[in-house]
Structure formats: C-alpha cells, structure tokens
Design a protein around this ligand. Sequence first.
Ligand code: CU
Length: 333
Amino acid sequence: MRREKEYGLNQLETVGIPVPALFVILAGTAARNWETKRAMRNFLANAKFLASAGAAATILAGTSAHADQPVEWETTFQAPATDMMRQIEWFGNYTMWFIVPITILVLLLLAYCIVKFRASANPVPSKTSHNTLIEVIWTVGPVVILLCLAIPSFQLLTAQYTPPEEAKLTVKATGNQWNWDYEYQTDSTLSFNSAILQDGDRAKAGKEDRKVYPRLLAVDNELVVPVNTMTRVLVTATDVIHSFGMPSFGIKVDAIPGRTNETWFKAEKEGIFYGQCSQLCGKDHAFMPIAIRVVSDAQFKTWLAAAKTDLPGANKTLMAEVDGQNKVAAAGN
Ligand SMILES: [Cu+2]
C-alpha cells in the first residue's frame, strides 16, 4: 500500500481528487468479509442473466444428488464443493458488476457519437484535441476500477496459496499420457492407476448409470477422499505437461515432469466430482478425466484399509454402500 501511495495515489491529489475518500471506498471493498460476499453472491446467483442458465440449473438439480459434473448448455460454474470455489465464484460475479456497466456505457457512448456526429448532421467536425477534465476522468476512473478488482483478486490468490490448516491426508497425482496415477501417502502407501472408463467395461465395473458415471468423465478407479478433511495434492507428471483440475473444488495446477506442484482442498460435500486434464498433452488429452469420490470419514477408513490388498473389491463395496445411501435418500426416507 505504501508503494501505491508513494508512486500512484499521491498524484491524484495534484489533480484535485480527495485521496482519503478514495481509500474509504477501497478499504470498504477490501475489508468486506466473506459473509457479505456470500450474501452478495446469493443475490447474484438469484439474478440469472440468461434463461438458459435457469434451464441448466434445472437439469443439474436432477443429478446433483449423485454428482457434480458439467451439464449441457451450462453458462455458470459448477456448484462449489469447497469454500475456495465459493470465493472464486464470488469474485467471478463481482467482476461482472464492473464488466457489464462498462460494456453498456461504451456501447451507448459509441451509439451516441455515431448518430450525433455523423457527417450529414455534423459536416464541420470540432478540432478539439485536449480536455483536461475528461482526460483526468478517463485516467482516474480506470485506476479506481482496477484497484477495486486488484484488491479482492490478490486476497483470493493469497487464500489459494495459504492453506488454513495442516493437511490430514496427502495424495500424489501423477499425470501420464493419458491417465493418472494416484498415491496415498499414508502409513503404508497405496497407489493405483486411474484411466477413463471404457464403455465395454461399464457392466463389469457396475457403472452403467450414465448420469452418475458420464461418458468421457467416468474412470475405472476414482480418487477417494474423506469429506471435510484438509487434503494436500502433490502434482507431477512422467512425460509431458498435464494439469490437474477439479472445477467444483476450485483447483487447477500444472503437472510438470521433474517438478512437484502442490495444491489443497477441503471438500464439504459427499459425492462424486469430475474434472479433466486441463493442459493440451497429446492426442488423448480429452480422454484423461479426473474423478474424485468424497465419502464419510468412516467409509474412507474402511475403503483405504481394504484397497491396500484388493482395490477393485474395495471400490465395489464402497460403491454399493454409497449408491444404497443415495437410493434411500432419493426415496425420501
Ligand atoms: Cu494430460
């Protein structure tokens, strides 16, 4: 802040802008806590701009009990499953409050100028080349707007790189052309490969429900994590650069050969979540999905113990339990 004061905002006083007033506006923006942001976000979420968004939400509501995944004609983010994603969603909506008015203002100004100063109505154009007031406005205006965007943006970036607590579970995700290896860094390591689910394998895997296990997103072995647990993900690759992305968790980090990147999440909802490799990595880039199954702590412990000796068996048992729960929930019991 001091640097801004030294090099930037001091100049405002020379052009007659009351700097303290500016700081009040900015401080208000910066100090607004997440509760207020949440309220604003809810308001924005209700004010859907497009009818198709509403339609997409209706479609999504039908499947959200089971899974969070992309839906056709989706115009908004997938439903957040972590606080980080909620903050990202808030910031996305917040920027719309600047983008939409600016776009409308510029459009109206253009239309006004095109009509008012057209050659037939205004044959002798003005030769004005300077106007101090307008120049000050179009310099100061964008500076204020950029500061209003920069401050929450940097706060969000800082939050993403500052895990609020020590991770309770560490998982390493290694990208390969074109599948993922997962390694649980627990007392005795568990590692397995996770590749796209082939249609021919659906019946054998018990994954015939395409709503829960969608085409191009379902995998043979999901990454299983416990709910409400701080999870650290170490991300690397063996061949080319991939990217580990999970939209509803608000995470995306490059998987680079010879280097380990780190990200974290704390999933708040149980269910199965889908993401994809997000870095062009070769001919099957579109076919290396990421599936994370979030389960209760007890279910995770049982699964982890069983998976060390029999992964397919552990997955089947877990699926039977989770799908059974969902059926009971769907029946309204
Ligand atoms: Cu990839």
